[in-house]
Design a protein around this ligand. Sequence first.
Ligand code: PXL
Length: 263
Amino acid sequence: MNVMTIAGFDPSAGAGTLADIKTISAFGCYGLAAITSLTFQNTQGVFGAEHQSGQTVAQQVNALFDDFEIAAIKTGMLPTGEVIEAVAGILSNRLVAYVVVDPVVRSTSGYDLIDDQALQSLIEILFPLATVVTPNKVEAERITGIAILDSDTMKAAAVKILDFGAKAVLVKGGDMAGDYATDLLMDANGAIFFREPRIHSTHTHGTGCTLSSALACLLSLGYPLREAVPIAKKYIVEAIRHAPGIGKGHGPLNHFPPEFDMA
Ligand code: PXL
């Protein structure tokens, strides 16, 4: 299956398109990548970014659509309203069965990867095209204005994101307190919580990118969302557990962990 990522470039290969391509390869799919922004970063922080225009993103994506059958798309960092409009325009015209929207807002180190006006465009024009939207706690709070403190507030945020037009939402609780990482999947059929024991690690850079790419692959391979989420979570757990431990800050994952083989 050919799976396309439309996301930012992280030269340290922890997050963004390079993490996406490694993930897509780990699931035995073929990864295609369109770059939305060249970021300057390492494991210690994001120091800046040079964004692509809507037109240069569209040129990359259209060239790929003209040549390949695209089974699924994952979007990550879409930094400006212009880029979001270009991507939404293409997705409205081209038939793609699965669109995973990872609403990237801010890096772990606190660098804003999208401005407020762009976030509004993301909600208004991209969410209605999404098979599933995958915010973490902070992103879900920024999108909905709801403070997520427990499972009830997590549900309230999920309902609001479905109201914006997404077919499904996965609110990730990985950065909430507690011994378990609890995620909430909600769609028209209801809500389901997924729990994994938390792995205490600083090597978690790019977990969001990795999870959303894994979901895009699993959907393209025919897994229903409810089956895809626990498989993707298991992959993340192994990828964190086997992180190479490189870099001086939040290090990358191991995208090819020994105990996980779907390729
Ligand atoms: O993890 C969010 C994220 C997504 N995409 C790119 C990033 C980051 C965080 O640093 O750099 C390109």
